[in-house]
Design a binder for this molecule. Structure first.
Ligand code: HEC
Length: 250
């Protein structure tokens, strides 16, 4: 009886190690046949392996794969062409999988993809960036409302109205100082993405939710794009701070 148990566990150990026959650094990437036929992967993946020592096998079945290249909107878009945007999705996290994902996102990976040619033309390009959501924000908002909103939402930290210095937090630029900057409009249009605001600002339909493990450390600033347009209209009417007259020649 004891012998059977030993044999069984030996068989178990053997089958486990057989399953792990491929090195820890090997990766399997699933890709649809059409993408495999394009030749891109045969061009790109060996270059990645050469650089990193991580071997990559392309497989058909997603079930066996560590990562998948898909034309569905999942994962991170890595390249585009001929008539689809391709995304890389990590199915099984590992150091090697992150290296491949990082490589695709990095300069060398991008250059490798765009340098792949068939008959003198490059069938694959980089995906159009989705990252910075482009929001068209006009200056036609309600400036009066904008002032009220600015006082309420931004006045906790910024001096909004030059006549009101109550909430002056030393290192935080006042609105009139910001207004004096040449690119003040771009700064205000994107303020929710500029530090320190992302940690506590939510613009409806624009910003992602706070990560569950990192809730806003302070009472969050919650606003709509209409609110931001109103604030922009107010700031556009604001007199820029005099940051010092240019030097005069005597
Ligand atoms: C909790 C404090 C806080 C609140 C609330 C806040 N800000 Fe700021 N904001 C700051 C600080 C601090 C800076 C300076 C960051 C720096 O210099 O790196 C700043 C900088 C800015 C800048 C310049 C950003 C850049 O990088 O050029 C803009 C524009 C701005 N804030 C707009 C707003 C608007 C609009 C609101 C309200 C809807 C607001 N802020 C609410 C703290 C705050």
């Amino acid at each position: 009886m004891r012998q059977i148990v030993v044999l069984l566990s030996l068989a178990l150990i053997l089958s486990i190690s057989a399953g792990k026959a491929r090195a820890a650094d090997d990766l399997r990437v699933a890709a649809p046949q059409a993408l495999q036929d394009s030749g891109l992967l045969q061009y790109v993946l060996p270059r990645f392996s050469l650089k990193t020592g991580v071997r990559v096998e392309v497989v058909e079945e997603q079930a066996q794969a560590d990562l998948v290249l898909t034309n569905q909107d999942a994962g991170t878009a890595v390249f585009q062409g001929p008539d689809a945007t391709w995304s890389l999705l990590v199915l099984a996290e590992s150091e090697a999988a992150s290296r491949l994902a990082d490589w695709f996102a990095g300069e060398i990976g991008k250059r490798t993809i765009t340098s792949f040619e068939v008959d003198g033309s490059a069938p694959f390009t980089l995906p159009k960036t989705k990252e910075a959501k482009v929001v068209a924000i006009s200056f036609e908002g309600d400036a009066v409302l904008g002032k009220t909103l600015s006082m309420k939402m931004c006045g906790r930290c910024h001096v909004v109205d030059p006549k009101d210095r109550m909430n002056d937090i030393g290192s935080t630029p006042s609105f009139s100082v910001l207004r004096a900057m040449r690119d003040w409009d771009r700064r205000f249009q994107t303020f929710f993405a500029l530090n320190p605001h992302p940690a506590f600002t939510q613009v409806e339909d624009v910003t992602p939710d706070f990560p569950i493990d990192r809730p806003s450390p302070i009472k969050p600033v919650e606003m709509t794009l209409d609110d931001l347009e109103a604030i922009l209209a107010y700031v556009s009417d604001l007199a820029p701070a005099d940051l010092g007259a240019p030097l005069q020649h005597q």
